[in-house]
Design a binder for this molecule. Structure first.
Ligand code: PEP
Ligand code: MN
Length: 328
């Protein structure tokens, strides 16, 4: 980390700054100029709250502010066991598919069977929904989770669902295999299950990694990142899918990264090409919304594939996976 102080910083203030950093276990190199002073700090700078001092002018981070997620400190790829399905580099590309919202037991079972036939290995569904409007359907809540549990019993697929508030943690710890923390939700809870950490709509890659770092610093290393599109000026798509995030996450971290082409595009005709592109980019998995009757889906019908369209898209993805030396 390189820090410069303001013009005319008194000598005693410089000494205090050096003293403080040294007490934090850092090696400090001070370069003194006529007007300005520059510090080089070497060591673990992740805990430095550098702007707290009024004499500090400019801070340049040389190393990333995250440690646990950082590939530098953990070169091997992390593989996360999601209720028996392993997700990560070197493993089979894992696909979680299902409706945006669980609408009842019959719907959940029918879609779970449909996506399993198409090659999904986890069943996703929303029981608590983060909706833009307070008047939209908010999810079946506990009933929806229990419908997913029935779908797991029937298909053997682990289940993935979004947690929206802390008071539901016991329910999720008991029933859900992978806890999704959504794009609109930067909260970090104490959880003991694998966490699917979706990228926030307006979050940089570093901020998104830092949100994973929070979960890891809290003692849970089982984090999977999910690129789901970010907000840009583009209006033809719901969000803009940032596929370059996939190789960047692999370079910067050891965590698995998956792609959600459904929320990224908002349009069912764009989902298949983006599934294929995500596999080509090296994603460790996909999260796809599927409904047998998209026009009557209770939420996000416009971006849902039918089970048949999902199976067709999966067949194309498998060919791409094969071409890049991965199994799907
Ligand atoms: C979802 O997966 O149902 C969802 C709401 O996703 P996101 O948080 O990415 O919008
Ligand atoms: Mn949705």
């Amino acid at each position: 980390m390189i820090i410069s102080t303001k013009k005319g910083t008194p000598k005693e203030e410089l000494e205090k700054i050096v003293d403080k950093f040294e007490k934090q276990g850092l090696d400090v190199t001070l370069i003194t100029g006529k007007d300005y002073n520059v510090f080089g700090l070497v060591g673990d700078t992740t805990k430095i709250d550098e702007l707290a001092n009024p004499w500090i002018d400019n801070v340049t981070r040389v190393s990333a502010p995250y440690k646990r997620a950082n590939r530098l400190f953990h070169p091997a790829d992390s593989i996360i066991d999601c209720g028996g399905v392993k997700i990560g580099r070197g493993e089979k590309i894992a696909v979680m598919a299902g409706p945006c919202s669980i609408e009842g037991e019959e719907q959940a079972l029918r879609i779970a069977n449909g996506v399993k036939a198409g090659g999904a290995s986890l069943f996703r569904g929303g029981a608590y929904k983060p909706r833009t409007s307070p008047y939209s359907f908010q999810g079946l809540e506990t009933e929806g989770i229990l419908d997913m549990v029935k779908a797991r019993e029937a298909t053997g697929m682990p289940i993935v669902s979004e947690l929206m508030s802390e008071d539901r943690i016991p329910e999720f710890e008991e029933y859900v295999d992978v806890v999704q923390i959504g794009a609109r939700n930067m909260l970090n809870f104490q959880l003991h299950k694998p966490v699917l950490r979706k990228r926030g709509l307006c979050k940089t890659i570093e901020e998104w990694i830092m949100s994973a770092e929070y979960i890891m610093a809290g003692g849970n290393e089982q984090v999977i990142l999910c690129e789901r599109g970010i907000r840009t000026f583009e209006k033809y798509t719901r969000n803009t899918l940032d596929l370059s995030a996939v190789p960047i996450i692999h370079e910067k971290t050891h965590l698995p990264v998956i792609v959600d082409p459904s929320h990224a595009t908002g349009k069912s005709n764009l989902v298949e090409p983006m599934m294929i592109a995500a596999v080509a980019a090296g994603a460790d998995g996909l999260e796809v919304e599927v409904h047998y009757d998209p026009r009557h889906a209770w939420s996000d019908g416009a971006q849902c594939l039918t089970p048949d369209a999902f199976a067709q898209a999966m067949a194309k993805c498998r060919q791409v996976a094969w071409a890049i030396g991965r199994d799907m």
